[in-house]
Design a protein around this ligand. Structure first.
Ligand code: NAD
Length: 323
């Protein structure tokens, strides 16, 4: 039996340890599906991170495949409908790194609220003049502020716990969540996005990318936000229109934007917002923090996630039900 790790892992020791006794594990290290060689047709099971867009043509090439394992949360990079039609199940690893992503989202919020990135960079660039608290910066207090959470699943709930511990007031919007969480956690629930947006100081996104959430944070939605609010996105870049963020930040309506994910990854640096960020234009000083889709990452999580993905491939290989 042959198992394939389609994208960029550089070694396969963890996967070898789990499935090496039943078959051969190959690492393809591809960034784009057109780099995949013809022998992928022999693979019994494959795993891929979020970079590779596994479209219907690629699925057709996986003619011996019994399962596609998405290493991570979210299956938006796989044509799941087509895979279903040709009888290949697609699984992801939903229960890894929940607290790591919430830590990252809250870390982005703390960084931008306290301007930690700005001070650090100033001191590095100029040890003497950089030692200056710059009281004209929009540093703000978290205690007492309202945080709105879109998507109250694993990560959204973990984010809410952190926000509560910092004395923030939590409101969430999730049309698919069962009743009762607001009472149980003593927080507020709203039924619509329109109701949520005007009342929040901070908005944090934790919903999956679906046809409903794609482009959800649009110019029209941002026009309803409180002046001076902060947007945090660690979910998927395509949920937030970068054009809308740029327009809102230029007007000063959105004060801060901190994101681990962008509409295009790696980002298109010719976008006016990213250009202003790279060129350190004074009007944007310290108002944007970006990280390179790293929210999931911790040494422990990476190991855990790869082990769980390899177990799914093993199950498909030996004909056991997927977990
Ligand atoms: P989850 O499935 O536990 O929670 C998602 C929640 O969003 C669910 O409660 C669901 O009801 C809700 N939801 C669905 N559609 C919605 C809509 N239209 N409006 C509002 N809420 C909606 O998922 P999770 O584990 O909490 O992960 C959330 C997302 O975080 C993932 O889908 C993934 O895109 C992203 N993520 C990012 C990283 C990273 O490295 N930055 C890592 C892991 C996950």
């Amino acid at each position: 039996m042959k198992f394939g790790i389609l994208d960029y892992l550089t070694e396969s020791s963890i996967e070898q340890a789990v499935i090496g006794t039943v078959g051969k594990v190959s690492c393809y290290q591809c960034r784009y599906v057109n780099e995949l060689p013809s022998d992928i047709s022999e693979l019994t099971a494959v795993m891929a991170w979020h970079y590779l867009k596994i479209d219907s043509q690629t699925i057709d090439r996986l003619s011996s495949c019994r399962v596609i394992v998405r290493v991570g949360v979210g299956i938006d990079n796989v044509d799941v409908e087509y895979a279903g039609k040709v009888g290949i199940p697609v699984v992801h690893i939903p229960d890894y790194g929940t607290n790591d992503v919430a830590d990252h989202a809250f870390g982005l919020l703390l960084t931008i609220a306290r301007k930690i990135h700005y001070y650090n960079e100033n001191i590095q660039n100029n040890p003497v003049q950089g030692w200056n608290p710059n009281i004209s910066l929009p540093v703000f207090r978290l205690t007492g502020k309202v945080i709105g959470i879109i998507g109250f699943g694993r990560i959204g709930m973990s984010m809410a716990a952190r926000a509560k511990a910092f004395g923030m007031n939590v409101v969430f919007y999730d049309p698919y969540k069962a009743d009762g969480y607001d009472k149980m956690l003593q927080i507020k629930r709203v039924e619509t996005l329109d109701e949520l947006i005007p009342q929040v100081d901070v908005l944090s996104i934790h919903a999956p990318l679906t046809s409903e959430t794609r482009g959800m944070i649009s110019k029209d939605i941002l026009a309803k936000a409180k002046r001076g609010f902060t947007l945090i996105n660690t979910a998927r870049g395509e949920i937030v229109s970068l054009d809308a963020v740029y327009e809102s930040m230029q007007k000063g309506d959105m004060m801060h934007f901190a994101a681990d994910v962008l509409e295009q990854e790696p980002p298109a640096h010719d976008h006016p917002l990213l250009k202003a960020y790279h060129d350190k234009e004074p009007w944007l000083d310290g108002r944007v923090v970006l990280t390179p889709h790293a929210g999931f990452y911790a040494e422990e999580t990476r190991r855990e996630m790869r082990q769980k993905a390899a177990i799914q491939m093993l199950h498909a290989g030996i004909g056991q039900p997927l977990t």
